[in-house]
Structure formats: C-alpha cells, structure tokens
Design a binder for this molecule. Structure first.
Ligand SMILES: *Cc1c(COP(=O)(O)O)cnc(C)c1O
Length: 442
C-alpha cells in the first residue's frame, strides 16, 4: 500500500449529507483528498507557494488537469503546482462555500471585489450589457461605471425592486442582471424568484451563449440568512471579508454557482491574479464558517432589538430593517431570508434616518452623531465594513458617499440623514445604551 492510500483510507466514509448545516461547517467533508485529515484535526495552513513534482510527466499532467476538470475524476487528489493555480486551503474552503450556498462549485478570490470582477469577467465581453440595481456597493458602482465603459461594457442601473422594469431595458446584448439583496447601504430587498421568472422568459428565445445570468451579491445576508441559488440566482458573490470571515482579520471573496463556469473562473483568477492567500483561506475555513451560525444569529437578534428601539425613538425619522413589518418589502424578505432551519432571518444590518428640518440638517446631524460616537461610545465603532464581532456604524453621506452631491445622493436613494449600523455580538443592552447617549446630543 502506498503512503497516499494509507492516509486516505484510515477514515471510513461517512455520509455527511445526513448531518445539519451547522455540523457540516465544522467538519467539512469527512474525507477530503485535499489534505490528510486522519492526523490533523485542524487543517494546517499551507505556506508553500510551490509543490514538488515527482516527474516531468506529473508536472505535465498537473498543467493538463488545471481548469480542465474531468467530471469523472473530480474527487481525485489534485496535482498542485503553484499557489496561483490552486492549493489545499483554498480547495477545502471552496468545498464548504459551495455546500453552504447550495451551489455546484465555488471559486475563492483575494477580495469581494476580486470575486465580482471575476464573475462579471467570465460572463461578459466587449459589446455586452449589464442591468444592475440602482443602489450598489461603492466599489461595484465604480467598477461598472468607471471601468467597464472603457471595455465597451455598458451598465444600466434601474430599480430592481420592480422586477418588470427589466423588460423596459433588456436588449439582445444584455448578459447579466446584477444586484445585492439586501442592498448597500439602504437595505432594499429584491425578489430573486420574480427576477428569475422574467429572465427565464427572455432566455426562452436565446441560445446558450446569449443567455442572461443572474448574479446576486449575498454579502449582507450571509448564507446563514439567505441562499439566493435556492431562489433562482445563477451565481452568488461574497465578500468573505465581512460576515463569513467574521472577525475582521482577513480579506477574501468567492463566486459560487454553476459548475460549467468553474474552470473559466479559475483561469480568470490565474491570469488576473486576485488569488486568496492561504492564511486568509485557512482563517475563514477554521474560524469563520464553523462559527457563522452562532455569530450571525446573535448579530441578528441584536439587530432586531436595535431596529425596534430605533423605530420608537422620537429623533428617528425612519428605520429600514427587513425584519420590521414597516419595511416596504417585508413580505419578500420573509419569503427569501430564512436560516438553515427555515426561520425568518432578516440579517444584521439596520439603516436608520435621523430627523432634521431639511436634507442639510439631516446630514449635519449624522456627522455630529458619528463624531460623538467615535469619542464617547464603547460598544459602537465608527468604521466601514460589517459582520464583525463589534457593532460598526457609518454615515454614508459624510463618509463612504461624501463625494456625491446631495441631489445625486437622493437620486440614488441614499438619505443624507441615513446611518448604517452593522450589529456585532455584544450584549445588546450596552449597544442600546450607547446609541441612546449618541442620540441625546442631536
Ligand atoms: C465589502 C463589500 C464588497 C467588497 O468586498 P471586499 O472584500 O472589500 O473587496 C462587495 N459587496 C458588498 C455588499 C460589500 O459589503
């Protein structure tokens, strides 16, 4: 018996599909060809860029196999060559990401933006068009509006909370429908099933190469609260930097979706280079995914309490939280935001608007509240990002979106008095005490 056979066969195969998601995310595949699990309980961090080849023939085979997956040999031990092509930590992480998002494959990237550039990079070419939601994460907005026009890829931003709007803007060049749900920063909810139905109708008259694909950025919800593929998305993208990574220590991204695109995504990643570092992959695999359900359910319970508290506060104009019946798409949120066990899971982000006599005053109130919080609140951190152990707050109008003039902000549906709060896992009494303190000064 060769060494290889010995190590791999020590564990008997267990049908892990019988176990719940929470348990699966701790153990991953019971037996993986990606690493010797029979000795390490926690997978070791791979810290070798290169891999020794036994012969030139093995090297040739490795290059031949890369991004040329033979479906029959998928579960065989891969031949690793060079980190940018593939290595064990990323492969193991990708197995679990695929599983949690109910996709056929996952490909990791260095960052969320790397993943978004990756999936749009393989789905579009010059002359194509993308239809996206009017509110988007800032860098996605910049990618689509500042860079893609240079490559003659057109981006049309419309209100996808009205899915029928697609019919008014679709052309024969449309290749992708792209959105976040909940959207950043104002938490619009988009009906994924309704979008699927419309795209299916359009696709009826199209051949494979001209079909439209639906890409959903699921970063805000995390797969704990929503699995868009179950509702008809073709691809899901994630910033692993946020809720999935969960501790704010590493950046990462992922594309999950159709198996037929895995090889192309890997070639894209190899050639454009946004490769996830092994340490970051290991962190998400070891700390992030196994604790996701604990962290997000806690953050969500905090968010629900904070949203209710804010809704009844006299200094607050409005609260946008998908878990409140006052949210304009509450019914859609109830349908598509559910946890692993089918319970309503409206997420950990809350968007609320401070009162003020006009937009100028609201913006000023936001600025004042943020600066006070930065100096006086213990359990609120003035910072971008989300899905952290700490509660993070930011004021888009005076921070992330401060370059945008007031009228344009309003056009993009970003209220100048709007504050984005990303709940952490603290004791909620403390968070509310700090919010109370901050609201007193405005
Ligand atoms: C942060 C974020 C991204 C980008 O992710 P990075 O890891 O920072 O590149 C994309 N989409 C959303 C919704 C995000 O919050």
């Amino acid at each position: 018996m060769s060494m290889e056979e010995k190590t791999i066969q020590k564990l008997d195969p267990i049908d892990e599909s019988k176990y719940s998601m929470e348990t699966h995310l701790i153990y991953g595949k019971n037996i993986s060809q990606k690493w010797d699990y029979s000795h390490h309980v926690v997978a070791p961090i791979s810290s070798s860029v290169i891999f020794r080849l036994d012969s030139v023939e093995r090297g040739a085979e490795g290059f031949q196999e890369f991004a040329n997956t033979d479906p029959a040999e998928e579960d065989l031990q891969p031949i690793y060559i060079y980190d940018r092509l593939g290595e064990p930590n990323k492969d193991m992480l990708e197995e679990n990401l695929m599983f949690i998002e109910k996709g056929e494959m996952a490909v990791s990237f260095a960052t969320g933006m790397g993943a978004i550039a990756g999936v749009l990079g393989v789905l579009t070419k010059t002359g194509d068009e993308i239809i996206s939601h009017k509110t988007l994460y800032g860098c996605t907005f910049s990618l689509l509006n500042n860079w893609y026009p240079r490559y003659n890829i057109k981006n049309i931003q419309i209100d996808l909370t009205i899915p029928e709007e697609i019919l008014n803007h679709v052309t024969e060049n449309t290749k992708v429908i792209y959105f976040e749900s909940p959207s950043n920063p104002n938490l619009d909810i988009i009906d994924i099933e309704a979008i699927r139905k419309i795209v299916d109708k359009i696709n009826l008259n199209r051949v494979e190469q001209t079909k439209i694909y639906i890409v959903v950025d699921n970063t805000f919800a995390t797969p704990y609260c929503q699995r868009p593929i179950e509702f008809g998305a073709d691809f899901v993208v994630h910033s692993l930097t946020k809720g999935i990574g969960g501790f704010g220590t590493d950046m990462g991204g992922a594309v999950i979706g159709k198996k037929s695109y895995r090889d192309l995504l890997k070639v894209f990643r190899k050639d454009f280079g946004a490769v996830l570092g092994t340490k970051a992959a290991w962190t998400v695999l070891t700390y992030g995914l196994p604790t996701l359900h604990l962290r997000v359910s806690r953050q969500m319970n905090n968010a629900i309490r904070i949203a209710k508290y804010l809704e009844s506060h006299p200094k607050i104009e409005s609260v946008n939280y998908p878990g409140l019946p006052s949210h304009k798409n509450y019914e859609i949120a109830k349908k598509q935001m559910v946890d692993f066990n089918g319970n309503f899971a409206p997420g950990s982000l809350v968007f609320f608007v401070l009162k003020g006599k006009d937009f100028e005053e609201r913006k000023e109130n936001g600025r004042k509240m943020m600066n006070f919080a930065a100096k006086n609140a213990y359990s609120l951190t003035l910072a971008v990002s989300l899905g952290h152990t700490r509660t993070l707050i930011e004021h888009p109008a005076s921070m992330t979106h401060s370059m945008i003039p007031l009228d344009k902000l309003i056009e993009a549906d970003i209220n100048p008095g709007g504050i984005r709060l990303a709940a952490g896992i603290e004791n909620c009494d403390d968070i509310i005490l700090d919010i109370e303190k901050c609201l007193e000064i405005i």
